[in-house]
Design a protein around this ligand. Structure first.
Ligand code: OGA
Ligand code: ZN
Length: 378
């Protein structure tokens, strides 16, 4: 006796799109423009870009026929001599509106003040030599936001080659690199021996750089302890403790500035940054670069107390990791997530020299995806 396979219902052609039954037995609607634009033949396998140009169609695309044979949907078009073929499995992935799965969209793990012994550490020459280890390094940055590289070469090039494992060096208005040591005419609190309050760097830039590298070249002074806290850990606890305060800090853009003889940078940022899922993804905070607020004075009645409650919470011992950087280490961290600062030091007591640079968060995610996934075209 023959086993009859159930007949596949023909797609229903409508004016602007077609309806097709997929594996859940439900009809799913696909728009004709979308089907034509994403026809597998629309892409060039060498450039991996779309070579079809939908602007060149004279009339709106409309299916003349559509039929399913085996596991392929074939469409012919009314005003084009062209057949589009889609594997049904491919259509399944797009039947409900949702973002393409992203290997770099990893859940963040919050960390607290006692985290120092558990900070992920990687030897720079090993990371340089091994792409799999590089993926683990970047993964730790995506998940925890803070990683220490050890065994750094004692050279400027060492920092460049390190940053370039993640992306291009991302200049700020201070240039491609910055040197943190006491300057004779400091333009910045960092370039003195004073304490540096917890902050994220260059908040006055419209898009502050995403990943920061601080390469410790010398640290023999008295004092100068590094302070680091996980903005995600603090903001998530703040959300539970003080939902109203959280809301006002996540929704109100406030002005930041950075001004000296030759520059006058300004931006507006929320103190707490949320991602596409509504989860805390970072902070922008800097007491010394917060501009004179020009938001509604009555809004400040709630904003300022919330800002102070949050700022005090950032400094709680529960969150603050305190340690001394060692020459040969490079702190690598998410500049939007991790707040950092330092205790004052005695300039004459020895040498303290950090060289820093940045890359961008989006480039970090891009490099990670390329290291761990196949992509759409391979
Ligand atoms: C900076 C900074 C930290 C330090 O330069 O922005 O945070 O330990 N420096 O000096
Ligand atoms: Zn800084």
């Amino acid at each position: 006796m023959n086993v009859m396979t159930s007949p596949v219902a023909a797609p229903v052609l409508k004016d602007t799109g077609l309806e097709i039954l997929l594996s859940d037995g439900e009809p799913h609607y696909f728009n004709y423009y979308w089907l034509r634009d994403n026809c597998p033949s629309s892409f060039n396998s060498a450039t991996r870009e779309r070579s079809f140009d939908i602007f060149h169609l004279d009339t709106a695309p409309k299916a003349k026929t559509a039929e399913v044979t085996g596991d392929v949907l074939a469409i012919t078009w009314e005003s084009e001599d062209h057949v589009t073929r889609f594997p049904l499995a491919w259509l399944e992935a797009y039947k409900t509106p949702q973002r393409r799965p992203d290997p770099a969209d990893l859940a963040r793990e919050a960390w607290y003040g006692d985290h120092y012994p558990d900070v992920p550490r990687f030897s720079q020459p090993e990371v340089l030599a091994d792409p799999a280890l590089r993926a683990r390094w970047i993964e730790a940055l995506l998940v925890e936001g803070f990683v220490i590289l050890t065994d750094m070469p004692n050279s400027d090039e060492g920092l460049t080659e390190t940053a370039e494992m993640i992306g291009r060096v991302r200049p700020t208005f201070f240039g491609d690199y910055f040197d943190v040591r006491t300057h004779i005419n400091p333009t910045n609190t960092a370039y003195t021996a004073s304490a540096l309050e917890l902050h994220t760097d260059t908040p006055a830039e419209e898009h502050a750089p995403g990943v920061q590298f601080l390469h410790c070249r010398a640290n023999t002074v008295e004092g100068g302890y590094s302070l680091y806290a996980d903005g995600v850990a603090v903001a998530n606890d703040f959300r539970a403790r003080d939902p109203e305060g959280f809301k006002v800090l996540a929704e109100t853009k406030v002005p930041f500035f950075c001004e000296h003889d030759t520059y006058d940078m300004r931006s507006r940022q929320t103190i707490i940054e949320l991602d596409q899922h509504g989860e805390v993804s970072g902070l922008t905070i800097s007491q010394h670069m917060l501009d004179i607020s020009d938001v509604d004075q009555e809004l400040l009645d709630s904003w300022y107390p919330a800002f102070c409650r949050f700022g005090k919470m950032l400094q709680e011992e529960k969150y603050m990791m305190t340690f001394l950087m060692k020459a040969g280490e490079c702190m690598v961290f998410d500049n939007h997530r991790i707040v950092h600062g330092r205790a004052a030091y005695t300039a004459e007591s020895g040498d303290r020299y950090l060289r820093g640079t940045y890359t961008d968060r989006a480039e970090m995610r891009s490099t990670y995806r390329a290291l761990v996934s196949e992509g759409r075209f391979k």
